[in-house]
Ligand binder design. Structure first.
Ligand code: PHE
Length: 448
């Protein structure tokens, strides 16, 4: 790639898969089930679905408009569409939020790689649920093994991202995402066939109003932003690589629906099995790692399923982690005018140090807490429940109030089979519905 040529995603399918690759990740398969488990099941799911459709899709289109209009990294994108203003602070905020997420995301990707390793070496199946609990609990407090795996993850990601968007990111996503989807369906069916599985389905789908709290609703909104990779300029960065034939509202809707399906499928894969095994849904961050091995153990050819699952989970996590990286790398490369490779080396070193601190917060650094929360939980909460929705509000306000309507109109209508007529409704959403919805939850959950 020559200087000045930023690269782009080659095909529409590639665009979709790379962006789905960013969206679908640990957020769907690791974070969604445990958040849902801690926040009362169906009640959480309903707010989550509302958040995806009423807030997520419009906010995603807003990021796409900024990205494709400017074809720039997230900071310069704001400089380009609102020159001479301070809106670029929003771009900086995105880079910072992405950095914070990266610091703990790599830890969980490392866990995934470790589970892949033990399943491939055939030492994951054949234990009892209690033993799986103990295996996970021992693993995360160990000062060395998780560290080793997270450093490996950072090196792998750094190498792929340094190769640029088309060779690295797009190619990986195109093959792996469809495979993941098929495997999730198979595992979901299997989980539903376990004894007492309907208890899990009931937990997921039978609404109980008494379980809905403002905190839970705020978590659901935060989770929607997290899962859709919104609120931190990631989709601004990705859409800056979109060609001018991609229809933005259609692409956003497709991504959001696939992402939602993967989250719900992950729930179906976990909860029926969990209730069948007599475990509790509010296990927290270890949920998926504690429940799934038992599921595999009960399946014929369990270790084969386990390896396939962890390979795909690892890839899904990696494609998301790559997108977090890409936000920061594209900014660093274009801001400081250094090569991608050099930017990747510098950022990898920083992530490694911060990742290790986060990882150790389960063990030797567990006494180090911020307002009673571990470092890991603080990074997660601060970025997901606070900074992402905050970034989302301001991006919506920016596009709704500040961005030239002609730009919005043009971007929405590119390659559209019909003229996008709902522009007034869309702008109303950006100006009022999204900011007010998020703010209300925010205020109530703080008061609570
Ligand atoms: N959406 C990713 C996931 O679900 C996480 C992510 C968040 C990626 C923000 C990029 C930006 O795992």
């Amino acid at each position: 790639m020559t200087k000045g040529d930023r690269g782009h995603f080659a095909t529409k399918f590639g665009v979709l898969m790379a962006t789905v690759g960013s969206a679908v990740g640990l957020g769907n398969i690791w974070r969604f089930p445990y958040q849902m488990g801690m926040n009362g099941g169906a009640a959480f799911l309903i707010v989550y679905i509302l958040a995806v459709f009423l807030v997520g899709i419009p906010a995603m289109v807003a990021e796409f408009i900024i990205g494709r209009e400017s074809h720039k990294n997230t900071v310069d994108a704001f400089n380009a569409v609102a020159p001479g203003t301070h809106w670029n602070l929003l771009g900086y905020l995105g880079v910072i939020t992405g950095g914070i997420i990266s610091c703990y995301y790599c830890v969980v990707v490392g866990w995934t790689l470790y589970y892949l390793y033990i399943s491939a070496s055939n030492s994951l199946v054949g234990y009892s649920p209690e033993q799986y609990n103990a295996i996970f609990n021992h693993f995360v407090v160990n000062p060395y093994i998780p560290t080793l795996f997270l450093v490996l993850v950072i090196v792998i990601t750094g190498v792929i991202v340094s190769r640029g968007v088309q060779n690295g990111i797009e190619r990986m996503s195109k093959i792996m995402m469809p495979m993941l989807f098929i495997l999730l369906i198979a595992l979901g069916i299997n989980s539903c066939m376990m004894p007492n599985a309907f208890q899990g389905l009931k937990f997921m789908f039978v609404y109980d109003a008494s379980k809905l709290t403002f905190d839970g609703a705020m978590d659901a909104i935060g989770q929607a932003f997290y899962s859709l990779s919104l609120g931190m300029g990631c989709l601004i960065t990705y859409s800056s690589y979109f060609k001018d034939n991609v229809n933005l509202p259609k692409t956003a809707s497709q991504i959001a629906i696939v992402d939602l399906l993967v989250a719900v499928l992950s729930g179906i894969m976990i909860f029926p099995a969990l209730f069948s095994l007599g475990m509790q849904p509010d296990e927290g961050a270890g949920l998926v790692f504690k429940v799934l091995p038992s599921v595999f153990s009960q399946m014929a050819l369990g270790s084969v399923w386990a390896v396939m699952f962890y390979v795909l989970l690892f890839i899904a996590a990696l494609t998301s982690f790559m997108s977090l990286y890409e936000v920061i790398i594209s900014f660093v490369v274009e801001k400081f005018n250094i090569t991608r490779v050099r930017a990747c080396i510098i950022m990898s070193a920083i992530f490694a140090v911060m990742g290790i601190v986060n990882s150790l917060s389960f063990g030797v650094l567990s006494d180090l807490t911020i307002f009673g929360n571990s470092i890991f939980d603080t990074f997660d909460y601060l970025s997901t429940t606070i900074l992402l929705p905050f970034g989302g509000i301001f991006t919506s306000l920016f596009v709704g109030w500040r961005l030239d309507r002609k730009v919005i109109n043009t971007q929405l209508n590119i390659n559209s089979p019909f003229k996008f007529k709902a522009i007034k409704v869309y702008i109303f959403f950006l100006r009022f519905i999204i900011p007010i919805a998020i703010l209300t939850m925010f205020v109530f959950s703080i008061i609570n």
